[in-house]
Write a protein that binds this ligand. Structure first.
Ligand code: DHE
Length: 532
């Protein structure tokens, strides 16, 4: 095994660890003595902000699942050094190394009181900050409101709203702790919904540039989806095992759907997405080999003759409300799904489990797996894109475990090409008006490069290294496809604006670890070049 292969393998093992980090940590024995000492230290130093039960207060929840991202020494480092630009102080002056170790052992241990987060707890956190009826009917800024970007800055937990015409920040505000994944927009692009790992959902008005409402829907949340009729927001939780439906105009909780199987066992949610042509939310589950289709309205056009949509067939009751929406359809599979995406008409779901050897294609109409796809090195959620190649639609995605990009024919699900890259990547992005697809290299010695692929030849035509030594990742185009924005993932990072045609750098906007950026227009039109 040469050293590069070894490095990639070790990195891949690291990623696998990252991916299943909470599982790994749950398996590691934690010495009981350390936990006991740690509990006492917690009560003295942490409970005031993070709450006695560790469910979070001013500070985030400190449960094994919510701190899973702080792997290895990252947790003790945060305790010792604090978090810059946040209210988390450094404890190195007050606690010695052994005490910090005890505290971190306690935080990684299961809580004495099993967390309960039901209707009462959710409703108690609900805050309406502005009456939606009092909001202005025009933006308070000049410029195209559909060409804004929401940039999530993970370094100091802030969000920047970026004017995509001038490529200048319009405003910047503090977000909840650890926002993760795509910001979601209302169908008219006016409101943005942000979900944090520790369960907070924030509704922000892009016309008046202010927060409208917040609610904590869970203790560990995966993501949110917004129905394309603009009525509902659905959040998927890891803890507790539930889905929470909110009113999209003010985030009022409407319904809690427990995620349980026929046998009564429950499951964590992998992710929830909106399937606009179907009028449904599609939910993938981590612990049950099922995909759920949950309708919120009648489909726009008949799905196919004879298909019985649950919206018409079903009638459910929850939280005292009885109606046709949210009548669950279970699609039973052979394997569970962790990561997945859809074709553009939402007929197929292409997914993979994290320990599986290949991906599967599920036809959502007939409700079963119809093909296997060669996606052994599991992709991250929302990693891939679709585009037309020659006379067919293709899907392209990086692999998280290997330096490869697969291009898959979406007619027969065969692999058209596997491109070798300089390392495993997270995200690929493009735009209908661009001949290029951009793919980052996220792991390994070349994590500072980004490949640019010609969508007609399926060849890498250029490799950029914008900031040697710093991770360059996650691209999003502006509304027109003229500019491509790339992040430098560093506390002293930046969003770099490129001319998407000449591939020349236009400008650099300093930002604090801008993990993701989401263009309003591309998102609300479900552009094939970005995540949905
Ligand atoms: Fe993500 C999207 C899950 C680790 C950055 N990631 C998502 C989504 C899910 C998810 C469910 C879809 C949200 C949406 O769009 O609605 N991510 C997971 C994991 O399970 C995993 C592997 C482990 C975990 O910690 O939960 C994981 N993700 C990461 C990271 O380590 C990344 C690189 C840094 C970070 O911020 O945590 C990361 N994830 C992202 C980003 C997106 C995302 C930037 C949105 C991509 C997009 O363009 O839509």
């Amino acid at each position: 095994m040469n050293s590069l292969t070894k490095f990639v393998l070790l990195t891949a093992v690291g990623i696998a660890g990252a991916v299943a980090s909470h599982m790994v940590q749950a398996q590691e024995p934690i010495p009981a003595g350390e936990v006991k000492e740690g509990a006492a230290l917690y009560a003295t130093h942490c409970a005031a902000c993070h709450n006695g039960d560790r469910f979070g207060g001013i500070g985030p929840a400190l449960l094994p699942e919510s701190i899973a991202k702080l792997r290895g020494e990252a947790l003790t480092t945060v305790i010792a050094k604090g978090r810059p630009a946040s209210q988390m102080p450094a404890f190195a002056g007050e606690l010695n190394e052994e005490q910090i170790g005890q505290l971190s052992a306690y935080l990684r241990s299961e809580p004495a009181v099993q967390p309960v987060w039901g209707e009462d707890e959710i409703k108690a956190t609900y805050t309406l900050l502005v009456d939606p009826m009092s909001l202005p009917n025009k933006p308070v800024f000049a410029g195209d409101p559909l060409n804004l970007f929401t940039v999530v800055e993970a370094g100091d937990h802030h969000v920047t709203i970026l004017d995509g015409d001038k490529m200048e920040p319009l405003t910047r505000f503090e977000s909840r702790f650890a926002l993760h994944g795509g910001a979601k927009y209302s169908p008219d692009g006016r409101f943005v919904y942000l979900a944090s790992r520790d369960g907070w959902v924030t509704l922000y008005d892009l016309y008046s540039l202010q927060k409208v409402a917040e609610v904590r829907v869970g203790l560990n949340t995966r993501n949110v989806a917004v129905s394309d009729d603009g009525r509902y927001v659905m959040a998927g939780n890891m803890l507790p095992h539930s889905l929470v439906v909110m009113d999209a105009k003010d985030l009022k909780p409407l319904r809690i759907i427990p995620v349980t199987g026929d046998d009564g066992a429950s499951s964590r949610v992998s992710a929830v997405y909106t399937a606009p042509p179907r009028g449904s939310f599609i939910v993938a589950l981590k612990d049950m080999p099922e995909v759920w289709e949950i309708p919120y309205s009648k489909p726009k056009k008949p799905i196919y003759p004879g298909f019985v949509h649950n919206y018409e067939a079903g009638m459910v009751e929850a939280l005292g409300v009885q109606d046709r929406a949210f009548a669950l359809r279970r699609i039973r599979l052979e394997d569970h799904l962790d990561d997945f995406f859809f074709d553009q008409d939402y007929r197929h779901l292409i997914g993979a489990s994290r320990d599986g050897q290949s991906g599967q294609v599920v036809n959502l109409n007939v409700g079963r797996k119809i093909a296997d796809v060669a996606l052994d090195g599991m992709p991250h959620l929302g990693s891939g894109i679709t585009f037309d190649w020659q006379d067919r639609s293709v899907l392209a995605t990086p692999h998280l475990m290997e330096g490869k990009i697969s291009v898959i024919d979406m007619q027969d699900w065969s692999t058209i090409k596997v491109l070798e890259t300089m390392g495993p990547g997270f995200f690929m992005r493009s735009h209908e008006n661009s001949p290029y697809a951009w793919a980052d290299v996220f792991f390994g010695p070349n994590r500072d490069v980004v490949h640019i692929i010609d969508k007609s030849t399926l060849e890498i035509v250029k490799t950029l290294k914008p900031e040697p030594g710093k991770v360059a990742a996650h691209v999003e185009f502006d509304r027109s496809g003229r500019y491509a924005l790339l992040s430098i993932w560093d506390d002293e990072g930046a969003v770099i604006v490129y001319d998407a045609k000449t591939l020349e750098e236009i400008k650099r906007l300093p930002m604090s670890k801008p993990v993701g950026k989401y263009n309003v227009y591309n998102k609300i039109t479900y552009s094939a070049g970005t995540s949905h």
